[in-house]
Design a protein around this ligand. Sequence first.
Ligand SMILES: [Zn+2]
Length: 300
Amino acid sequence: MGPMKLFTSLCLLMCFWINVPAFAAERKIQVVTSLFPLYDFARQVGGDKVEVSLLLPPGVEAHDFEPKPGDMIKINRADIFIFTGKFMEPWTANLTKGSDNQSLLVLDASQGIILLKDRAEEKGVDPHIWLDLANAQKMVNTIAGCFKAKDPANSKFYQDNSLSYNKQLQALDREYQAALAKCRQKVMISGGHFAFGYLAKRYNLQYQAAYRGFGTDAEPTVRDLLDLINKIKKYQVKYIFYEELINPKVANTLAQETGAGLLKLNSAHNLTRDEWEKGVTFLTIMAENLITLKVGLSCQ
Ligand SMILES: [Zn+2]
């Protein structure tokens, strides 16, 4: 071995050795989330200290989602897994069974949030907590608390990020309060599933959705549709809302039967591929929803 080659080898060895602690210190916290709002909150709070991935593939309807073995491996390899709550993701009940990752933190983002229960004759718990902008702020705080526990050295960083993001959520919440207090129409009808119960409650709207239960599997009966058509006529509802990731055939039927218009309202469970490419955020989705609601409910 020539002297130059020896020097290069030594240098490579030294550089590698010197770089090991630095590399380890810069390793980002690996975070996996179930739904899009959690993904967005985690990246807002974690900034460049975390690497966040969303379990749901683009365009997949969230209530039907069941993790595949590959998803379970992905969760098992993460530092933190954040889910919405046991009523949104019941499959998380057995998550840590058989896991060999002792340091995995599993975070229920619904902790400390009052869950809404039962509607009409339907029994159950409404899992769509993120659509109330006050709940969204609580979820952001819960996530910040988790990041601080996992990485105390950067506590202030997570704290500052959560405060500034929550300020944006508060500002949008105030816009909602102001705009939705001035609507001629207070009855909000969805041809999709019952996703906007928390939003309606926060802004004093009456809300009814065509689908039974709180998920997307129980389509309305003919009787349900006839009741809804009567309600649309009775309250002179001008627009019916429909959702991106659910077939709008029910909303279309309601519109055809009543002459009402259709408006798309985004319940933000997940993004389409197109939305990913556009780089939409939870805040841009909710800001757009407010514009839609103002049209749909005839707000000044
Ligand atoms: Zn839903």
